[in-house]
Design a protein around this ligand. Structure first.
Ligand SMILES: [Zn+2]
Length: 133
């Protein structure tokens, strides 16, 4: 019973923090596109709250937060930057975003994505080819 209560408290705390972060961000990014769905997706990209095994694990909804191939934390950053199955696809996107260095951080990727609206639109459209929801 105690264990269940602790789990509930943890989930609520995490949800509260995620909500605060999104609320904070939504004020500054709402003008990026006129599209509510896309704006929400952009807020999730910035706050790293895209649904991934790693994020689900934090809410006790997924047994394993690690990538089964490389044993790294299976979050949005890993999926976009590291996962091998997207290597050739990544080359095309990186080229369109003018990213030369193949070993970049998530923040550097975002800085290229948010350089202009053309990059942002292209990036949002390509996200559907990655195995994320
Ligand atoms: Zn991996």
């Amino acid at each position: 019973m105690t264990n269940l209560w602790q789990t509930c408290t943890l989930v609520m705390t995490n949800l509260w923090q995620a909500c605060c972060k999104l609320k904070l961000l939504s004020g500054t990014i709402s003008k990026w596109t006129g599209n509510r769905v896309q704006d929400r997706l952009i807020a999730r990209i910035i706050s790293k709250t895209i649904i991934t095994p790693s994020l689900l694990h934090r809410f006790n909804l997924h047994p394993d937060p690690l990538c089964i191939v490389c044993n790294e934390n299976n979050d949005i950053s890993h999926i976009l930057l590291k996962r091998k199955k997207y290597a050739s696809f990544r080359v095309i996107i990186w080229n369109k975003l003018n990213i030369v260095d193949p070993n970049i951080t998530y923040d550097v990727l975002l800085s290229h994505v948010f350089t202009n609206k053309k990059n942002l639109t292209m990036f949002i459209q390509t996200l559907k080819y990655f195995d994320i929801s």
